[in-house]
Design a binder for this molecule. Structure first.
Ligand code: HEM
Length: 378
């Protein structure tokens, strides 16, 4: 819908859309009113039964006080230092991928760099074989595809479809469970081992939680960064003056990444559910409603950003909401930023121009809540 109001009800889908920056901040800043547990408002017949697959307990889906305890535990293993130490390896992998592409004599950004780079990095960090990445891609594609269909479905769906939708989850869970079991017996120097051993206030993570978090990292850790890299090149292609600017002054690289996150926000929307009736942006939302927070719209709100539809490296500060805000603020933001900066620096070094190929069209991911390219020939 989009009538210009900051908050709207969508009669067709039976949910609320939040577009305003101020209103988006209000929603993500108030987890007591807007719960991250959205499953509770989705009709039960649309969900797998708990013995088929439990979707409970994902960090992104839980509320205080459990959220804080779990986040503290996983952050004790996935620290800023762990991420910062990855910098030389990120650069090495990026060079290897670009060398391989140069040998092939053509360059398609997503296949040659933006997809494999973050997958290899997250797989090595977790400690699962990067060689299994065809599997990860299969799962991620299936899950994101299903999510999209699921989100726009208004009525029930046949059992067979539901079964097909949970199959990739099960496969991924079993795969990671096998790794967790192995690390309990034979610890290694990897993130799965650190998660297995993590202890805060005498509390440890049960296997199911380590598996859940590893699944989240494997999924969140690559699709999003792939989108960030693709979007960044797309922005510099569309705004050549800004490309010139960063070529002349590499200290602007972090500004390119932040402005790319604002201008083409990878996770365009977040979901919340109201636990009580609440006023927002001049309307009253009843309890137990699904609320979609459109970060991509908030990041182009003219009340917050001057000339919001212009890609401008001069925005300082740039308080975009691409990583969310508040207690669920993206735990992988330091990694995504590091990968973005390292990859862009290397691309600027190795290519005189970052230009899309006028004869070979760009393809976007067809999911409305995701903004990114799946094919970008240069
Ligand atoms: C949470 C975006 C990369 C792991 C989030 C949230 C957003 C987001 C918007 C908040 C979700 C909510 O409030 O409901 C992004 C974007 C990325 C990115 C745009 C890349 C450009 C990553 C990476 C990782 C990661 C690389 C891990 C390796 C997580 C985790 C959470 C999260 C674990 C859940 C935090 C919590 O619920 O407390 N991300 N993310 N993300 N992200 Fe990212």
């Amino acid at each position: 819908p989009r009538t210009g109001a900051p908050v709207e009800y969508d009669t067709r889908a039976g949910m609320w859309h939040v577009y305003g920056y101020h209103e988006a901040q209000q929603v993500v800043g108030d987890p007591a009113t807007y719960s991250s547990d959205t499953m509770r408002v989705i009709p039960k017949h649309l969900l797998p039964s708990p013995d088929e697959l439990s979707l409970e307990g994902f960090l992104t889906q839980i509320d205080p006080p459990e959220h804080g305890k779990l986040r503290k535990l996983v952050s004790s293993a996935f620290t800023r230092k762990v991420v910062a130490d990855l910098e030389p390896r990120i650069a090495e992998v990026a060079h290897e991928l670009l060398d391989a592409a140069a040998d092939r004599g053509r360059f398609e950004l997503v296949t040659d760099l933006a997809y494999p780079l973050p997958v290899i990095v997250i797989a090595e960090l977790l400690g699962v074989p990067a060689g299994d990445r065809a599997l990860f891609k299969k799962w991620a594609d299936a899950l994101f595809q299903r999510d999209a269909e699921f989100a726009i479905k208004e009525t029930g769906r046949p059992d067979a479809e539901l079964q097909a939708a949970i199959e990739p989850w099960k496969e991924m869970r079993d795969y990671l469970q096998a790794h967790v079991t192995e690390r309990r017996e034979a610890p290694r120097a990897d993130l799965i081992t650190r998660l297995v051993q993590a202890e805060v206030d005498g509390r440890r993570l049960p296997d199911a939680q380590v598996v859940n978090f590893a699944m989240l990292l494997l999924l969140a850790g690559h699709i999003t960064t792939t989108m960030l890299l693709g979007n960044t090149v797309l922005c510099l292609d569309a705004f050549p003056d800004q490309q010139e600017r960063v070529r002349a002054d590499r200290s602007l690289i972090p500004a390119v990444i932040e402005e790319s996150l604002r201008y083409l926000t990878p996770f365009a929307a977040l979901a919340r559910s109201t636990v009580r009736e609440v006023e927002l942006g001049g309307v009253t939302i009843p309890a137990d409603q699904l609320v979609m927070v459109w970060l991509a719209w908030a990041n182009r709100d003219p009340l917050q950003f001057a000339d919001p539809h212009v890609f401008d490296l001069g925005r300082d500060p740039n308080p975009h909401l691409a990583f969310g805000r508040g207690i669920h603020f993206c735990l992988g933001a330091p990694l995504a930023r590091l990968e973005g900066r390292v990859a862009l620096d290397i691309l600027l070094d190795r290519r005189k121009e970052l230009r899309s190929d006028p004869d070979d069209p760009v393809e976007f991911i067809p999911t409305p809540s995701m903004t990114g390219v799946r094919r970008l020939p240069l």
